[in-house]
Design a protein around this ligand. Structure first.
Ligand SMILES: [Zn+2]
Length: 415
């Protein structure tokens, strides 16, 4: 497979666009870098999934929709995209919520995994190559913990096993760039260093716990993701994605564990999307400041929510409001009209110079770190012009841009 020139062009179909330079922002280096996977033509990516004790809110939707666009775009560029997502089904919040409802943690997790798929299917998020559940990986997690103990990078304190952050070295340099800037680590009894974190927590009968050769207990969150990602995708990921609240400590600590085992970096590109705020505050279940996807979809079409969540680049903070969604309905309807107009002639003719310019702007925005907001602005302007705003222009070939809105941005335009 060869890599072609760097400027985007519009072929008669997506497949003809071929390989070209795509820039992505790497949290680790804090720069936009050319995306080059380890294996020619193949991308291996991991995205941290939700903790399944409640419905997903639109902050979750933004995470999975943006990742879905990355996937669709790289697929359209010609890559095979292998993508694993976990469900965190071992967590205190799950144990607590299940006990309150008088059901088992597994029953609770099953229920909210089903709800997750209901929401994401509605939002046209493609399914992962594989979904993993932390509870299925206890054996692997214990194995990792034992290996780290054997290497002297993990230590036992009572029944709990901690990762020795100072012993491993490089803390703060692997993903987050915090390098000790965190001043309020939790110093609990039995820890040697303030940043040491739990690999295996001693647990009693009342909690989710498992018998193992390192004692009865349950795994720490960071090790879960390392075990699931490596088992499914190999030692080094091409892309590791998550919401930016996961940069520290989760991704920093996961990267430390992975590197301690393999001696290699956990991921080549660390990508993180920004928050959705509600009345200026980060959406959070614990603060009761939440717009659930299922509730939003009672008042608005799923395509409108998807368009809204892509109307800014993934690294920008985004405010959610009903007034904003009402405005977005008009934008979306205009794009649907534009698509219908563009497809009237069957799209068999060539591509006009005006549409070539639109295509360059649209694909150029996506090539530049997935600037979905700019790409949508291009489509909005085209839609205004093609539906009567610019009667003298030649729009031959415009249907291909609308095909890309559906295929790559994943926004259905009512066919
Ligand atoms: Zn994770």
């Amino acid at each position: 497979m060869t890599r072609a020139g760097s400027s985007p062009s519009l072929g008669s179909s997506w497949g003809e666009r071929g390989f070209h330079t795509v820039l992505v922002y790497n949290t680790k280096t804090r720069t936009k870098e050319e995306f080059i996977p380890q294996r020619s033509g193949e991308v291996r990516a991991y995205i941290c999934g939700p903790t399944v004790y409640d419905y997903c809110h639109i902050g979750h939707a933004r995470t999975y929709i943006n990742f879905d666009v990355l996937r669709r775009y790289l697929e359209a560029t010609g890559y095979d995209f292998i993508h694993v997502q976990n469900f965190t089904d071992v967590d205190d919040k799950i144990t607590k919520r299940a006990a309150e409802r008088g059901i088992t943690p597994t029953q609770l997790s099953d229920e909210f995994i089903e709800e997750y798929f209901r929401d994401m299917d509605a939002l046209n998020v493609k399914r992962a190559s594989r979904y993993t559940r932390a509870s299925d990986y206890i054996g692997k997690i214990v194995e990792i913990t034992e290996r780290l103990m054997a290497k002297g990078i993990a230590y036992r304190s009572g029944g709990t096993v901690y990762f020795d952050v100072e012993g491993a070295g490089g803390f703060g340099e692997l993903v987050s760039g915090i390098e000790g800037a965190v001043t309020d680590p939790i110093m609990s009894l039995g820890k040697r260093g303030p940043f040491d974190f739990v690999l295996w927590r001693e647990g009693g009968e009342a909690e989710q716990s498992w018998d193992s050769q390192i004692g009865r207990g349950r795994p720490g969150w960071h090790t879960e993701c390392v075990a699931m990602a490596m088992d499914s995708l190999g030692e080094v990921l091409d892309i590791h994605w998550g919401g930016m609240d996961l940069i520290y400590p989760h991704h920093e600590c996961s990267a430390l564990v992975a590197r301690a085992i393999t001696g290699k970096p956990f991921a080549r590109y660390w990508m993180h999307n920004n928050f959705v705020t509600l009345s200026g505050e980060k959406m959070s279940k614990s603060a009761g400041n939440t717009a659930y996807i299922k509730d939003v979809l009672e008042g608005f079409r799923a395509e409108v929510l998807r368009t809204y969540l892509l109307s800014k680049g993934y690294r920008e903070r985004m405010e959610y409001s009903e007034a904003g969604m009402e405005r977005m309905e008009k934008t979306y309807d205009l794009m649907v009209e534009g698509a219908a107009e563009a497809r009237k002639g069957g799209g068999g003719a060539g591509v006009s110079s005006c549409i070539k310019e639109y295509a360059d702007a649209f694909f150029g925005a996506l090539d530049d770190d997935l600037e979905t907001g700019q790409a949508l602005a291009v489509v909005e302007r085209l839609s205004w012009e093609i539906t009567g705003g610019a009667p003298d222009k030649d729009f031959a070939g415009a249907s291909r841009i609308y095909d890309a809105v559906e295929g790559v941005l994943g926004i259905k335009l009512g066919r």
